[in-house]
Design a binder for this molecule. Structure first.
Ligand code: GLU
Length: 536
């Protein structure tokens, strides 16, 4: 499966910073506490594209050392939604692999971190620190008041005599284990996107590696695992840049070869602010429930912070894999543009062959998440809740239509395919095809069915449709044009508009002749009969 990539070249702004022989191995290492959100999806997608581009390995590792926040349900949500968009893993808790287990809590139970922290203590790169929480608060306050860098730069324990620490431990004092970050040196990384970044090590505080309860922190567990799992590129969000000197120092202290750091740009909303609920949904599950297609979501998200060069925008997952590499990654924040996502989704919907579209809709309607999304209670906005209920009503009609008559449903979908942007919009757009008595818009009735010529018009078409077995688009067109001519009408409007309202309850919709043909004579007759009543 894995090919060796010889001379993998990593360029930073045109400069070659690495030319090494390696098989790419990357990991998505979430700490699942809630549902997968768009930012994490982008993180996972970049790694997927990079691993697949280089025919390397994509690994899922669950960072669940914060047991109070970890949720098994959230982990399942991650795996499920990643699978839905088409991101799968070569190694991970759900598929196993040579470095199992892939959950850090299980790795802790297996003694992995204990073994390496012992080694680190022995090497002198870590030390036990016995400050109480109150003492730490005091230290912080002192630093703030005196305008000193805030953090743990040694406290009482970094340079304490070994016997002092032994005494404290023997006395049963709780302690954490901290990293002894070297002092008085420059720590530098060559980030694949940002180039060389340097820190004066005196500004880098000594992070906790093992907490008082024996659990490793992210700083320790992630780096030990990245080493043991042979991770070649630590691709992660730019919010981790400030931790990079600690991590680089840790790799150096162990004498391990450092992976290449790739700090990916953050995602912002169109307003330039951190992506939040205000700019639309942030959970992948919500986009899925709202009828976005995986190919559209992947396409849009891949272009946030990465560019294939040129002005290519619509790209299939295969094209993304072929084009994706580190030089296309940008240091500046990427923007999540919901309008663009809608546009892309509309594009992918239009591209779908009829049978695939119907199959996708069936699967979409059968998913429990879809109904739950539209019928959930609004937090504050009643109008919003009402709107969503209406969408669900439309979708329920479509579900019945898809079940009852594949032929009508296929025609209805084809007629709306060019107009809708999401699968959910098919509901409202097509509901009138399948409802026995589609709701009549009062304004439309008032405007078009109360005109003096309408009762005769409706009666004519009712008589025409009654007893027919099927009608082609051409036959319907001929009937409408023939009637207008016979009545001496110069324009089709006075015939077309009342008929449309009678048949659909609305003033806008697909072309009338296609619509009439698709509905068929029996449905048409029933609706015209009802409209005759309304027109009186
Ligand atoms: N568990 C970390 C997070 O969820 C992983 C960061 C990383 O990729 O190293 O943010």
């Amino acid at each position: 499966m894995q090919a060796k990539v010889d001379f993998l070249k990593v360029r930073v702004r045109g400069r070659l910073v690495h030319s090494v022989s390696m098989s790419v191995r990357v990991r998505f290492a979430p700490s699942p506490t809630g549902s997968l959100h768009v930012g994490s999806l982008r993180d996972a997608l970049f790694k997927h594209l990079f691993a697949r581009h280089h025919k390397g390995a994509n690994i899922l590792r669950i960072e669940d050392t914060d047991r109070a926040r970890y949720s098994a349900e959230a982990e399942q949500d991650f795996i499920d939604n990643l699978h839905w968009v088409g991101i799968d893993y070569d190694e991970g808790p759900h598929v196993g692999g040579p470095h199992a287990p892939y959950r850090q809590s299980e790795r802790k139970e297996a003694g992995i971190y204990a073994r390496w922290i012992d080694e680190f203590l022995k090497l002198g790169h870590a030390y036990k620190a016995f400050e109480t929480p109150e003492e730490l608060v005091e230290m912080r306050e002192f630093q703030q008041v005196n305008r000193q860098p805030v953090g743990y730069f040694g406290g009482l324990w970094r340079d304490a005599a070994p016997s002092q620490a032994e005494d404290a431990e023997r006395a049963g004092k709780p302690f954490v284990i901290r990293q002894r970050v070297p002092r008085g040196v420059t720590i530098a990384i060559d980030d694949a996107i940002r180039g060389r970044i340097e820190w004066n090590s005196d500004t880098v505080d000594d992070p906790v590696l093992i907490k008082a309860d024996g659990m490793p922190t992210y700083h320790f567990a992630a780096m030990v695992d990245d080493h043991l799992m042979g991770i070649t590129h630590i691709m992660r969000g730019e919010e981790w840049i400030s931790s990079a000197p600690k991590h680089a120092a840790l790799f150096d202290a162990f004498g391990w070869e450092r992976p290449i750091f790739v700090h990916c740009p953050v995602i912002k909303g169109k307003d330039g602010k951190k992506l939040s609920k205000r700019q639309g949904d942030t959970r992948v599950a919500d986009y899925r429930a709202d009828g976005y297609l995986p190919e559209a979501l992947l396409n849009l998200i891949a272009l946030i912070g990465w560019s294939p060069g040129g002005d290519r925008e619509i790209m299939s997952i295969q094209e993304l894999i072929e084009a994706f590499d580190l030089p296309g990654l940008q240091p500046s924040p990427g923007v999540f543009d919901l309008e663009k996502l809608r546009w892309m989704n509309g594009h992918y919907i239009r591209e779908m062959a009829p049978h695939r579209l119907a199959a996708s809709l069936r699967a979409y309607l059968a998913e429990p998440g879809t109904k739950a999304y539209f019928l959930r209670e609004a937090e504050a906005d009643d109008a919003l809740e009402q709107g969503r209920r209406e969408v669900w009503d439309g979708l329920s009609s479509l579900a019945v239509g898809l079940e009852e008559g594949a032929a009508l449903a296929t025609k209805a979908l084809a007629m709306e395919q060019g107009r809708v942007h999401t699968l959910s919009e098919f509901g409202e757009a097509t509901a009138f095809f399948f409802q026995d008595e589609p709701p009549m818009d009062a304004k439309a009735v008032e405007k078009w069915l109360t005109q003096p010529h309408v009762p005769v018009l409706l009666a004519h078409f009712l008589a025409w449709a009654t007893g027919m077995s099927a009608l082609s688009v051409e036959e319907c067109e001929a009937a409408v044009r023939g009637y207008a001519e016979k009545q001496g009408l110069e324009k089709l409007g006075p015939v077309v508009h009342p008929l449309r309202v009678a048949l659909t309850g609305r003033t806008v919709g697909p072309g009338l002749f296609e619509l009439m043909s698709a509905l068929g004579p029996a449905r048409m007759a029933a609706r015209l009969a009802r409209a005759v009543g309304a027109a009186r």
